[in-house]
Design a protein around this ligand. Structure first.
Ligand SMILES: [Zn+2]
Length: 298
């Protein structure tokens, strides 16, 4: 959901996009949310909530405090995350451009705010975890809180999947192996290069086959990396990434860095390329369809 992460809260914060005006910016999302007429929970994670939803807020606080605390311990990091549990009215006051109900993170940088509806639909629980994953990835890995500057965009999304799913694997909430083999119907975009070129289109509709292709593919490699290296691998990654070239990485250079200690990355990237797009004879269905060769697949 990268495209949504960068929408900032309100006009004043939107100005923060340009470094030149950063000093004039009045408020961060965290400051804005603190100005709403919300209640606040005591506890391990700053948690704000709309009046009447204390119990929901307590549940969410416990869940995300455990999530953040797990990564604090594994990565020896003091992660920051504010949780805001909001009714439609408070949600709209924070950012009216957002559809109510879909969790998001405001201000990915130094102090992100995870914005949640008061009723978190089952289908939205993984979305909330994924968004929280982005919040942690931004704090742990990116020198700048603006991953959009990355020339290789898929790695930021993959890492958010790793953080969210890795936690679920570590706590036994999910089992490894989502069955993705790279076979089956192939959507228009399927490679890592495609992802970088068409990220917004791919992430526009999480219910699409196109979105699912990347999510399943990313999860498959998350399972491989998690099984081999565990969550602490993120610390190794931080020391191995080619920072001298950041953020102007090339996809190949990044893959080589990842694959140096673990060749599974190369095999995975090739599998993502999938079978060649079938050539469909539109005029005459009985016409001979050109046999695609295996030149593009390993
Ligand atoms: Zn994402």
């Amino acid at each position: 959901m990268r495209s949504r992460h960068l929408f900032l809260i309100g006009l004043t914060t939107a100005l923060a996009v340009g470094p030149a005006v950063a000093s004039e910016v009045a408020q961060t999302a965290r400051e804005v949310v603190h100005e709403l007429p919300l209640k606040q929970l005591r506890g391990p994670l700053t948690t704000l909530y709309s009046k009447g939803y204390k119990e929901v807020a307590e549940l969410q606080q416990a869940h995300f405090a455990a999530f953040v605390g797990h990564y604090d311990a594994v990565l020896a990091q003091g992660f920051r995350l504010t949780v805001a549990v909001l009714t439609p009215e408070d949600w709209a006051a924070l950012d009216g451009s957002r559809p109510y109900g879909t969790p998001y993170v405001a201000d990915l940088g130094t102090h992100p705010v995870l914005v949640l509806p008061v009723e978190l639909d089952d289908a939205m629980v993984p979305v909330a975890m994924h968004e929280a994953g982005h919040a942690l990835v931004s704090q742990f890995l990116w020198p700048s809180p603006r991953p959009r500057e990355l020339t290789v965009k898929w790695i930021d999304e993959w890492l958010a999947v790793f953080v969210a799913r890795g936690y679920a694997l570590a706590t036994g909430e999910v089992s490894p192996g989502n069955g993705w083999t790279g076979d089956g119907p192939v959507p228009p975009f399927r490679t890592l290069a495609d992802y970088d070129a068409h990220q917004d289109a791919i992430e526009a509709d999480p219910s699409s086959a196109q979105f699912a292709w990347y999510r399943r593919a990313f999860e498959a490699q998350v399972d491989v990396v998690y099984a081999k290296h565990g969550l602490a691998w993120l610390g190794d990654l931080r020391s191995q990434l080619p920072w001298d070239a950041y953020p102007q990485w090339t996809p190949n250079a990044l893959l080589q860095v990842l694959a140096a200690p673990d060749p599974s990355w190369i095999l995975w990237a090739r599998k993502l390329e999938g079978p060649p797009t079938p050539v469909v004879a539109e005029v005459d269905a009985t016409a001979e369809v050109e046999e695609t060769t295996d030149a593009e697949t390993p």
